[in-house]
Design a binder for this molecule. Structure first.
Ligand SMILES: *[C@@H]1O[C@H](CO)[C@@H](O)[C@H](O)[C@H]1NC(C)=O
Length: 108
């Protein structure tokens, strides 16, 4: 009985919370308006320019496949393939260009 009451209360609170969650305007205009309404906030623009070095084949690949679906080998788009990467971010396109950061993670 107590479990049923808890379940009913949980369900009711979820139903009541839905309009609140779905009522939030997350459009770019709304976010901009929200940002402008914050006191002490000043817009600051930062432009980053770098080269993303992604090498998926060759002697020293920076991204390698770690998992795949059965259908991946038959897919022209490598659907189902999961890769891990450790890609350098460089100042310029040259191979010996200084590294300013790394992009690490997984992608499909
Ligand atoms: C995927 O391939 C493995 C190995 O050949 C097989 O055992 C498994 O049943 C296959 N899975 C599906 C969903 O086809």
């Amino acid at each position: 009985m107590e479990k049923q009451l808890c379940a009913i209360l949980l369900f009711c609170s979820m139903i009541m919370a839905m309009p609140v969650v779905h009522g939030i305007d997350e459009s770019p205009q709304a976010v901009e308006k929200w940002f402008q309404s914050l006191s002490m906030m000043k817009e600051k623009v930062t432009k980053l320019h770098f080269y993303f070095r992604d090498q998926v084949s060759g002697k020293n690949p920076t991204a390698v496949g770690v998992a795949q679906a059965n259908c991946t080998s038959r897919s022209l788009t490598f659907f189902g393939l999961v890769r891990v990467m450790d890609n350098a971010l460089t100042v310029g396109p040259e191979p010996n260009s200084p590294i300013v950061g790394r992009a690490q993670g997984t992608y499909t």
